[in-house]
Design a protein. Structure first.
Lengths: 539, 99
């Protein structure tokens, strides 16, 4: 009887049917799901490249693929994972779905632009896929010059065009969020009553809008130099190759914060709900998001310590890089302080949150190692760097993304996921991740360079451990993919507020109606005030 | 909030100023001002950009928040140039070994 009642309730999933209703939708929730389908495809495609890379590295000689193919594999893995999965992952899926719900409005400020952003993203993705099918690209995801402009004989421009196009999707999403958060908050929802997820999405949007145009210009300049031999970056043509790195990293370092800031927002939500406490130092956590967004733009030169950058500039960038650790540490310490004397429950989202806090801390601390000039010179272009950024991007962002997916899955679909399998997969992901990437810190420190398909035998034990871990990790990712799909049909019907959370998104039905709320909510309480739930019950 | 209505006369003045500055750019481009060549060209370009942003894009009559958005965009460009110049300008400060 309950099933029948819930399924006949008008919601954004059953309000309209048919392919056209999805492809022409202006509903932010449906667009979020369109993004979800797209980035899941790109995640598993990028994962396939990672699998072949790890299989190649199982043995010291280059025996599975040629050096040229290996170059293409790690390039496509990086391009797809960074530009087509990680950057849109949380903002375009969970962000799209949740921002209007969490601030109590009917949709984003520009619904048509929101749909346009998905089509632009798909066009960019299609370009990258077409380049891949034509033979791929071998420059590394960083497209360093003069190799990319003068020497590579692969599909550099086509791949670059794909990234150029998809960047506009990112800008439009950011713009939409900024305007929505400024203009469309529910009555009473002041800035300091906003959920911290919204603060982090706001900070992320600032980076998207201010930084992405620079990577677009940079790619355009690469294409112009490659296509028309205008001397911009190639010294042989009178250009400056270090200029490329300045332009590239001006965007691509803050891009790491486009990936991880939304994850931090998710963790704030989860830690609060599963400890039944307000986030410790709410305002500090909120402002630390903005601080990370701003400071993240001042540190890009730490990617260029051995790239002929002036040693004086390197000193400045090294010094500035340590500042980013301050707001990041504020978040970690405040989440930990929130746990103190909390009524902690160990549901799947919380397991992912624990994973995030630990792995992000390792990733962040090794980041300060790399910001140190002397140490960085030793480990530049080694697996130490590979391990560091995977701890941030995978250990951080992906753990948070999975935590968020579990946390909001009942709201998105109206179904519960199987808790036992989910806990198991969280554990498998955590173990698999550490087994994959922790040995890479050691072998990198010992001198194993990145981007080589063959290596000395002394490193094999670490590579075997890493490949074994990658296999475990792959299983960890496949399990949720299977049970999420399974739960769409067979999962238990989700209540409106399964976690007893206080956010506005939990005060509407699961799944929400097309216009989110029957009556526009009026907010009279702070974020994470769980006493309000008791008052609501009494009321 | 009501949108500010800009009269045709105001638009004409701005358009005239832009045409005049274009003429100045072309004229100055034919003179050799030495080190001032780039500086003069950039100053004229900045004035033209300001006219477009302030009047054609209505920022002159906009809210403080819209003004902040424009300032942030310019500030971020300045940041990119400034920190890049910390590298470019200080590259020669240390002598190359053996030279």
């Amino acid at each position: 009887m309950i099933t029948a009642t819930v399924e006949t309730r008008d919601n954004y999933l059953n309000h309209e049917y048919g392919v056209k209703s999805w492809l022409l939708t202006k509903d932010h929730k449906r667009i979020g799901l369109l993004y979800l389908a797209a980035i899941t495809f790109f995640f598993f495609l990028g994962g396939i490249f990672a699998t072949v890379i790890r299989l190649e590295l199982l043995t010291p000689p280059g025996d599975l693929v040629s050096a040229q193919t290996y170059n293409k594999l790690f390039t496509l893995h990086g391009v797809i994972m960074v530009f087509l999965f990680l950057i849109p992952s949380i903002p375009a899926t969970l962000g799209n779905f949740l921002v209007p719900l969490m601030i109590g409005c009917k949709d984003l400020a520009f619904p048509k632009i929101n749909l346009l952003s998905w089509y632009i993203f798909m066009a960019g993705g299609a370009c990258v896929l077409y380049a891949m099918l034509q033979g791929g690209v071998d420059t590394g995801w960083t497209f360093y010059v003069p190799f990319s402009t003068s020497y590579a004989n692969t599909y550099v421009i086509l791949t670059g065009v794909g990234i150029f196009i998809s960047g506009f999707a990112s800008i439009l999403t950011g713009l939409n969020f900024i305007v929505t958060i400024h203009r469309m908050r529910a009555p009473g929802l002041t800035w300091f009553r906003l959920p911290l997820f919204i603060w982090s999405m706001y900070a992320t949007s600032l980076i998207q809008v201010l930084g992405t145009p620079v990577i677009a210009v940079t790619i355009l300049l690469v294409a112009v130099e490659r296509g028309f031999h205008l001397g911009i970056f190639d010294p042989a043509l009178g250009g400056d190759p270090v200029l490329f790195q300045h332009l590239f990293w001006f965007y691509s370092h803050p891009a790491v914060y486009i990936m991880v800031l939304p994850g931090m927002g998710i963790i704030s939500e989860i830690v609060s709900v599963f400890t039944r406490k307000k986030v410790f130092g709410y305002r500090f956590v909120a402002f630390s998001s903005v601080a990370i967004a701003v400071l993240g733009f001042l540190v890009w030169g730490h990617h260029m310590f051995v790239a002929s950058q002036s040693v004086y500039a390197s000193l400045v960038f090294s010094f500035l890089s340590f500042f980013v650790a301050v707001p990041s540490a504020i978040k970690v310490f405040n989440w930990t302080a929130t746990l103190y004397k909390g009524s902690i429950s160990y549901d799947t989202p919380m397991l992912y949150a624990f994973g995030f806090i630990g792995l992000f801390t390792i990733g962040g601390l090794t980041g300060t190692f790399l910001a140190t000039l002397g140490f960085d010179v030793h480990v530049t272009d080694t697996y130490f760097v590979v391990a560091h950024f995977h701890y941030i991007m995978v250990g951080g962002t992906l753990m948070a993304y999975l935590g968020g997916m579990h946390y909001w899955w009942p709201k998105m679909t109206g179904r519960m996921y199987p808790e036992g399998w989910a806990k198991l997969s969280a554990l498998v992901v955590f173990l698999g991740f550490n087994l994959t990437f922790f040995p890479q810190f050691i072998m990198g420190y010992l001198g194993m360079p990145r981007r080589y398909h063959a290596y000395p035998e002394e490193f094999q034990v670490y590579h075997v451990l890493s490949t074994a871990g990658a296999s475990v990790l792959a299983v960890g990712y496949l399990i949720p993919a299977i049970y999420f799909v399974w739960s769409l049909r067979f999962g238990k019907i989700a209540p409106d507020n399964p976690w007893n959370a206080s956010g506005l998104e939990w005060q509407t039905t699961s799944p929400p109606p097309p216009e989110n709320f029957e009556i526009t909510p009026v907010v009279t309480y702070e974020a994470y005030d769980y006493s309000i739930l008791e008052e609501m019950k009494v009321g | 909030m009501a949108e500010h209505i800009v009269t045709k006369k105001q638009y004409s003045y701005v358009f005239g100023a832009l045409l005049l500055l274009t003429f100045v750019t072309t004229s100055v481009g034919m003179m050799d001002l030495g080190r001032l060549n780039v500086i003069v060209a950039l100053v004229i370009a900045v004035i033209k950009a300001l006219l477009v942003v302030l009047f054609f894009m209505h920022i002159y009559w906009s809210t403080k928040l819209n003004k902040l958005v424009v300032v942030a965009g310019v500030a971020w460009l300045a940041l990119l140039l400034w920190l890049t110049l910390t590298d470019v300008l200080s590259r020669g400060w240390l002598p190359f070994p053996g030279k």
